[in-house]
Design a protein around this ligand. Structure first.
Ligand code: FO1
Length: 339
């Protein structure tokens, strides 16, 4: 399928559910095609308090990436960063396991100040997005506290302690989301799903277990996906039988899951109409239980991000006709872990 010929630019809105680095790459491609018609709903379960600051890693990754300010090598933080703050902190014996660049610190200080004075994460993100020249709408999934927790070979770890502090080395036994039971979808997120001209919902190729599941864990989100009258399309993080990005493969192994598109389709069962898989995995993908669209999913430069976005949008359009009358089975995924 040629994405360009089948998507109708200029019509309707698209909502994308997104984690950090991997998902933000696709968001860049989607923003290029859709501009302000894109709403990116971002995971906030990686957020934590550190050095007295409220850090929102995935939100900042999406904001910096869509503003063209992110570091192209790390994927997180800002490009042209300096590290005087960290060096000075180290000198006086402060905590340095989590790196905060000098420019990035401004974001955390300002967000912390505005939250203390009563502003919501949503309002702050929206204002900062505008100031940074981001064209799309960037929405934290909730303004409430939501925290990914990892039960590991080293006991219970808060997400950033596992991910950054221990570099994902401990064996993962279970993942859950503290606060999920009481978290509420923000009004702006609800409005983005209820928009009359909503045309498509996309699950970005973020880590399903660490980045998309916490979004789905907020009460009402999975129901929105099941009940929506527009197609829901996910982009698989599997390329050539491997999970390309970060610790996805390791976590799947540890949770006893095979790193395959079949497993990704099973994980999102009941929520999806279609799965974009990598062209390298096209053979043997007929029986995944959802419509499948092969495309080049490795995003190395701007053009590959735009091309994948165009494929996802064109695939979504092709599913709209089929989608008129459908009845989805209940989700098999248990997305409401809590303590
Ligand atoms: N990731 C790292 O691997 N090491 C870091 O020191 C680190 C610092 C950091 C600071 C601000 C920020 O917004 C993100 C940062 N990240 C860092 C990335 C981030 O913690 C993870 O990639 C995500 O939480 C997973 O999506």
């Amino acid at each position: 399928m040629n994405g360009r010929s089948q998507y109708l630019p200029g019509e309707g809105r698209v909502v994308a559910l997104c984690g950090g680095v991997g998902g933000a790459k696709l968001a860049v491609g989607l923003q290029h095609v859709l501009g302000e018609r894109l709403s990116v709903v971002v995971n906030v379960a990686d957020d934590f308090e550190h050095l007295g600051l409220h850090i929102s890693p995935d939100l900042d990754t999406v904001l910096y990436t869509l503003a063209g300010l992110s570091d192209p090598v790390r994927g997180w933080g800002r490009s042209d960063e300096t590290w005087n703050f960290m060096e000075a902190l180290k000198q006086i014996g402060g905590e340095t396991w989590f790196l905060l660049g000098d420019r990035d610190v401004a974001m955390h200080v300002e967000r912390t100040r505005r939250r203390s004075s009563g502003e919501s994460l949503t309002a702050i993100a929206s204002d900062i997005a505008r100031r940074l020249g981001v064209r799309s709408v960037v929405l934290p999934v909730t303004n409430d506290k939501l925290s990914t927790m990892v039960d590991s070979s080293e006991g219970e770890l808060e997400f950033q302690r596992y991910f950054v502090g221990r570099r994902c080395e401990p064996v993962v036994k279970q993942i859950w989301f503290n606060g999920a039971r009481n978290a509420r979808l923000s009004e702006e997120v609800l409005a983005s799903f209820d928009a009359e001209d909503l045309r498509l919902i996309i699950l970005c190729p973020s880590n399903p277990y660490l980045s998309i599941d916490p979004i789905l864990a907020v009460p009402g989100m999975a129901e929105k996906l099941r009940a929506t009258s527009v197609p829901v399309v996910a982009i698989s993080p599997i390329i050539d039988g491997q999970a390309i990005k970060g610790p996805t493969r390791k976590i799947m192994d540890e949770l006893g899951l095979e790193p395959s598109n079949a497993e990704i389709a099973r994980h999102y069962a009941g929520l999806l109409d279609g799965l974009v898989i990598d062209s390298a995995d096209a053979a043997g993908s007929a029986d995944l239980g959802v419509d499948v669209h092969p495309a080049p999913t490795l995003m190395t430069d701007l053009q590959s991000k735009i091309t994948l976005a165009e494929h996802a949008l064109a695939f979504g359009e092709s599913l709209r006709a089929k989608h008129e009358r459908r009845s989805r089975p209940p989700s098999k995924g248990a997305h409401h872990d809590d303590t």
